[in-house]
Design a protein around this ligand. Structure first.
Ligand code: ZN
Length: 195
């Protein structure tokens, strides 16, 4: 049993080092990326879409050249457990999703996904055993046509200096940067001298 170019064991080790733990969603995600890769339409260059920010983006980043940073991976937060690989010019792609009907054959996976059990009640070994046994059996596949405009990262456009923080920012965002417009994630900012 291989996951893309790796043995299953190798993949599990990569998950642990990249993600920090052996998350069940990331093991499932490995099978999804592998299955999508086996069902690609014609083409040479493929981009990826994940429909949830949880787990799946890491599976794509471990197993394909598509990363969030290089822009070949887009994450849309629909909360659906699905990935799409698509040819970047034609938009033709393959979408692999967690099929809720197929999930019924694997009660431990179903109860985990639907959060039916408290963490303390979960049987992690049984969950992993069912995930391994299920393999591709949890998914269905669709052929899709992607609208690249919907997922493509917007060009930044011209860069200016924010009059409030004096950092460089895309002037298309307005007369000051988004941080200084009130979208800041920081409650408090204090300058420090480097150690
Ligand atoms: Zn600013």
């Amino acid at each position: 049993m291989d996951i893309c170019a790796y043995s299953f064991e190798e993949y599990l080790n990569m998950v642990k080092s990249f993600h920090g733990s052996l998350a069940p969603g990331l093991v499932i995600g490995g099978f999804m990326v592998d299955l999508a890769g086996k069902n690609l339409p014609e083409g040479e260059f493929f981009d990826a879409i994940c429909e949830t920010p949880a787990c799946l983006p890491d599976a794509v980043q471990i197993l394909t050249p598509c990363t969030f940073g290089n822009g070949w991976l887009s994450v849309v937060n629909f909360g659906r457990f699905a990935i799409t690989l698509y040819e970047k010019y034609s938009g033709k792609g393959v979408r692999v999703f967690l099929d809720t009907e197929k999930l019924n054959r694997w009660p431990e996976i179903r109860d985990w996904y639907f959060k039916k059990k408290k963490k303390s009640e979960q049987n992690k070994d049984l969950l992993m055993a069912q995930i391994t046994e299920a393999g591709y059996g949890l998914f269905s596949i669709q052929s899709v046509q992607v609208d690249p405009e919907k997922v493509r990262r917007k060009k930044k456009g011209p860069i200016g200096i924010c009059p409030v923080c004096h950092e460089a920012y895309p002037v298309n965002d307005g007369d000051k940067c988004r941080n200084c417009q009130g979208d800041s994630p920081y409650l408090n900012v204090v300058s420090v001298d480097s150690k």
